[in-house]
Design a protein around this ligand. Structure first.
Ligand SMILES: Cc1cc2nc3c(=O)[nH]c(=O)nc-3n(C[C@H](O)[C@H](O)[C@H](O)COP(=O)(O)OP(=O)(O)OC[C@H]3O[C@@H](n4cnc5c(N)ncnc54)[C@H](O)[C@@H]3O)c2cc1C
Length: 450
């Protein structure tokens, strides 16, 4: 390829650009925020307008960490050297279910850092490739020649419209992508969009804490409220000797603004690390709230006509309930699917069906994890798939068993960290072991970890 154009220079766009740098003479990333090293949002501390979720807690799961290290060797080490934390599920990631700490297991490592910091490091590494460059511009539409996409229409920093020709265009403009409209303008059908309203509210705050034996680098708390709803909390050590803390709830249990309310929710959390934080943490600034109305996915694979020279990655393809932390790791999987497609030697004159088929399996898996759990929430209305009641009972069994049984917890973590397919938890051997483990616990033969 002579030139590939990537629309959107966030996590998914940067990873796609890295993959494309092996296959194109030139890769141009078009980004509406001025994120060039000397630009308005080029630093590694401040969230930027184009990524409003950047104010919220973001952790990088094990699968995503490994894949980024594959494309950009030494990336995680570099983050840690700059102050991020690497947390190991066998020692310093503590998960709580209704206040009870789950048994520690595994050697699964996740990165805890603020989102702007992680993105700034990724940008620096990707832009270090000679054939990748970033252009500050706002995409307005696609350019078509015959049955293919031949470029992008965009407004430059001075608002003058230009066209960038490209052999391949990658849409990484996120969940609010206008790709459907752009396709329709070119006479092509729009991909259907599935939405699952979840009405989730987040609040994230930064804290300083006195040096001391805070025993977890990362702690996660899931608490069932009496009416069947869930409350969530996560706290993690991040760069700059700070702690990032998230509290979340659904529908009218959303956290509001203000430090007092934030600290009250931490005090009410049944998991000890949150109560400790409410005592010894010193808030830095005000908490920032964020509302996630729905999970959504675009079903490109169901279209019967699609132009050549166009693919989509990241949240454009699917955006999940953020409490599972799957988004950035999904983007790394899409980058791997893109690499497989480019290495397959398929003609760029044909639509990239094989890419969309492969990406669909990645999306299906993450969607299943998120949807199965979200559909259990009382305020989330269907449609519930066939077999939902049985699948939901079996998944509850696994979650309960993961509190005390290290083997089940390990298999559960493998799925949550996107190292194994969600289907592996439904294997008869795993279900039998989970049933045995919960029975042992219920009959008092095994103490739940505290
Ligand atoms: C509250 C919240 C918490 C989350 N927590 C986690 C977590 O813990 N772990 C995790 O892995 N994921 C998490 N995610 C998901 C994660 O933020 C995304 O999956 C990830 O950022 C990948 O998104 P993306 O690159 O596809 O899109 P985005 O990050 O949304 O970026 C889209 C980019 O496209 C640019 N853009 C948009 N339109 C145009 C245009 N017309 N022209 C030019 N540029 C344009 C934007 O400026 C932006 O840079 C969370 C999400 C939310 C909402």
């Amino acid at each position: 390829m002579r030139r590939a154009a990537v629309l959107g220079g966030s996590i998914a766009g940067l990873l796609a650009a890295r993959v494309l740098s092996d296959h194109a003479d030139e890769v141009v990333v078009l980004e509406r925020d001025d994120v060039a090293p000397a630009g308005d949002f080029g630093g590694d501390r401040e969230p930027r307008p184009g990524v409003p979720q950047g104010t919220q807690m973001h952790a990088l799961l094990d699968a995503g960490r490994r894949r980024i290290d594959h494309w950009l060797p030494g990336f995680a080490t570099e983050l840690v050297a700059a102050g991020a934390a690497l947390a190991d599920t066998g020692t310093d990631v503590h998960s709580f279910l209704d206040g009870r700490r789950k048994v520690l297991t595994g050697d699964i490592e996740m990165v805890s850092a603020t989102r702007p910091f992680l993105e700034a490091h990724l940008r620096r590494r990707v832009l270090a490739f000679d054939n990748v460059r970033l252009v500050n511009g706002r995409v307005r539409g696609l350019a078509f020649t015959g049955d293919r996409v031949s470029g992008v229409r965009y407004a430059d920093a001075a608002d003058a419209e230009d066209v960038l020709t490209a052999d391949l265009v990658v849409d990484a403009t996120g969940r609010a992508s206008r790709i459907g409209t752009w396709l329709r303008e070119g006479g092509w059908p729009e991909p259907g969009m599935r939405r699952m309203p979840v009405d989730l509210g987040y609040a994230t705050a930064l804290f300083r804490r006195p040096a001391g034996p805070h025993d977890a680098t990362l702690a996660q708390s899931l608490a069932n409220l009496p009416d069947g709803r869930l409350r969530l909390g996560t706290l993690g050590r991040v760069e700059g000797d700070r702690w990032v803390v998230l509290v979340a709830g659904y529908a009218d249990d959303r956290p509001g603004r203000g430090v007092e309310e934030f600290l009250l929710r931490c005090k009410e959390d049944p998991a000890a690390p949150f109560r400790q934080l409410a005592e010894d943490g010193e808030p830095i600034g005000e908490p920032v709230t964020y509302r996630h109305p729905d999970n959504r996915r675009r079903d490109f694979h169901l279209l019967d006509r699609f132009p050549a020279g166009l693919v989509a990655v990241g949240d454009t393809l699917a955006s999940f309930n953020p409490i599972y932390g799957q988004g950035m790791s999904s983007a790394t999987s899409h980058a791997s699917c893109l690499a497989t497609y480019l290495e397959s030697g398929q003609s760029p004159r044909d639509p990239a069906w094989s890419y969309f088929r492969q990406a669909r399996t990645v999306v299906d898996d993450a969607w299943q994890t998120s949807a199965l759990n979200d559909l259990k929430l009382p305020h989330v209305t269907g449609p519930r798939p066939r077999g939902f009641t049985v699948a939901s009972r079996l998944s509850d069994l696994i979650v309960r068993a993961s509190v005390t049984d290290p083997v089940i917890h390990r298999r559960f973590l493998d799925v949550m960290h996107m190292r194994s397919s969600a289907k592996t938890l439904m294997r008869p051997g795993t279900l039998l072991r989970a049933a045995w483990a919960t029975r042992q616990r219920d009959t008092g033969r095994v103490d739940a970890a505290v």
